[in-house]
Ligand binder design. Sequence first.
Ligand code: HPA
Ligand code: ZN
Length: 334
Amino acid sequence: MTLATDFLHALPKVELHMHIEGSLEPELMFRLAQRNNITLPYDSVDALRQAYDFSNLQSFLDLYYQGANVLQTEQDFFDLTWAYLQRCHEQNVEHVEIFFDPQTHTDRGIPFETVINGLTQALAQGEQQLGISHGLILCFLRHLSEESALETLEQAKPFREKILGIGLDSSELGHPPEKFQRAFAAAQAQGYKLVAHAGEEGPAEYIWQALDLLKVQRIDHGVACLQDPELVAHLAEHQIPLTVCPNSNVRLRVFDTMADHNLKTLLDKDLKVTLNSDDPAYFGGYMLENYVNVQEALNLSKEQWLKLSANAIDASFASDARKAQLYQQLMELF
Ligand code: HPA
Ligand code: ZN
């Protein structure tokens, strides 16, 4: 590694792909379980961490949904989000657009309002006390029905101004984007920004569907795009952002090792790649840990780090004024 971790730490960062439920650290999970009188099926934090040995996306999702059961009150959602924002602050993450999965909570009887109030109060405090700007992206769970997604969109209506965009996550294979065309059309009519997970475990065809049928502005993951040269040309021509999550891809065995990751090829093909942490509590770390692991395995140049950092600013839904501030911070390093 020729570039120092100090340089990677100093880079002003923008995170565009992070599931807030995936930032639930085992220590906080145990604390919330105790606070809410819930018994976890693990004896200790260490035993829980040892269970984080995933073979694919589904094996992770099973634990991720189980872990989310400890989140019960507004205070729980606040504490979760505040812990994430403090990590951001330590790592010079300056702007975040975070996902939340309301159906994971409403399906177990937690009101939508409880979730959104806890999240937004922490985000507001993060903006005031830490200077971190933010947006919230509501994700539909794709293993559930489109009717359920449409109901969730209805539940979000009273909170429209607190939510920036709509996304699509959970089990990809067998749940193509086309399943959610009506729900995304309805979201578009309500003025939401649109994104979707596609091409993580699923094929390049799912990326086409997300673009053509759901009309998304960014693709979350998208690493499968290299299967289809026409798609690569389209993504490059239109500079459609890909929110790539390197540690996640290795932990979920999308790539065997970081050295096998296709990040450099994506950059070489002039794709608008950004780096993100996905589910930092489950995949071995936050933004900086992703940067460090990428650098150790792939040894990117300073110019490539500048490009990745600039891509994330461009790809964000921040205001032009905020983007200009972030650019200014980035340029001070070069
Ligand atoms: N992929 C799909 N759904 C998810 C993920 C992911 O990496 N993390 C949380 N939900
Ligand atoms: Zn994700």
